[in-house]
Design a binder for this molecule. Structure first.
Ligand code: ZN
Length: 307
């Protein structure tokens, strides 16, 4: 079904299909998502789906937070990833790193950056190139991004979110409510505050087909956060890929069946993992775990891409 993007007078905000009837009644101006004039420029330059992998740096982490012993993991470090999905009908950015481009400390690539989360916990990232630079390498600017989706709102996924407040934000209602209500300590609300006024689609189904042809699908995978979502891509040459968000962090969570200590809802996480594993099996798709440092290092990075 076609999702509509609806500008609501005075709110500058968009709402879900539940307002569709109001739109039909002429209350709001709506256009089909993915077909707005802004989509024509950069996206129209490709005629098939492309996936660019962006490198948000190496994160110091503690396997014990995931019920894993030091000697059970290949490395205690995690990667941070974001993904640029270029489709003929639009350009989607999935996640936005843990260090914002405009808060990088001097020293450039290879410099350890310190991030202080809202619960005052300090985290350390050795950053690759800033996000804008990696988009530019692929030939895109932030203005070219038509759609933004976060796997979830935690600090290491949302650092540059405000840069993309102009793009149509694809979010689950319960995730958005927590972000602007009482977000958890691993958030940095200032990094995504501008999304509150941007064009938004509130996704009210488990699957959301972003460009209407089944090749780019956000799938609900709740548990790590209220509206956590993974992203399925049906790539012509690469095949099916599911980008994990934080469904897993260490690959050993998957192989040894361990859960993070602090989840929004562990029962949901278990169910989401099972549903995604079944989906992978059924569709012969691969799971790319964004925080899996060794796997992430092996992937081609922008300007190279998967298609
Ligand atoms: Zn994460």
């Amino acid at each position: 079904m076609t999702e509509l993007v609806c500008k609501i007078p005075g709110m500058k905000k968009l709402v879900s299909r539940s307002l569709l009837f109001a739109a039909i009644a002429g209350t709001f101006a709506c256009t089909p998502s993915g077909n707005s004039p802004a989509d024509e420029s950069a996206a129209a330059a490709v005629n098939s789906l492309r996936l660019y992998v962006l490198d948000g740096g190496d994160l110091v982490s503690n396997p014990a937070s995931y019920q894993l012993a030091e000697d059970e993991v290949q490395t205690s470090m995690l990667s941070i990833a974001a993904y640029l999905v270029v489709h003929p009908r639009g350009i989607l950015l999935y996640d936005t790193f843990g260090v914002a481009d405009d808060e990088r400390q001097p020293g450039g690539t290879g410099t350890q950056q310190t991030i202080v989360r809202s619960d005052k916990q300090e985290r350390f990232i050795t950053l690759a190139a800033p996000l804008r630079e990696q988009l530019a390498a692929a030939g895109y600017t932030p203005a070219d991004i038509t759609h933004l989706a976060l796997s979830h709102y935690h600090w290491d996924h949302s650092a540059n979110a405000n840069v993309f407040a102009h793009a149509t934000w694809l979010v689950r209602p319960d995730e958005r409510a927590e972000m602007f209500g009482t977000p958890g300590g691993s958030a940095r609300p200032a990094t995504y505050s501008e999304l509150i006024d941007g064009p938004t689609v509130l996704i009210d189904s488990d699957d959301y087909d972003v460009f209407g042809d089944g090749s780019v699908v956000l799938k609900a995978a709740r548990g790590h956060s209220p509206g956590h979502q993974v992203l399925y891509l049906d790539l012509e040459r690469t095949g099916g890929v599911v980008l994990s968000g934080d469904l897993y962090h260490y690959p050993e969570e998957r192989s040894l069946n361990r859960l993070p200590i602090s989840e929004f809802d562990k029962t949901q996480t278990v169910a989401s993992r099972q549903a995604v594993e079944e989906f992978l099996e059924l569709n012969n798709a691969a799971l790319w775990i964004g925080h899996d440092l060794l796997a992430h290092r092996r992937l081609k990075k922008s300007p190279d891409y998967y298609d």
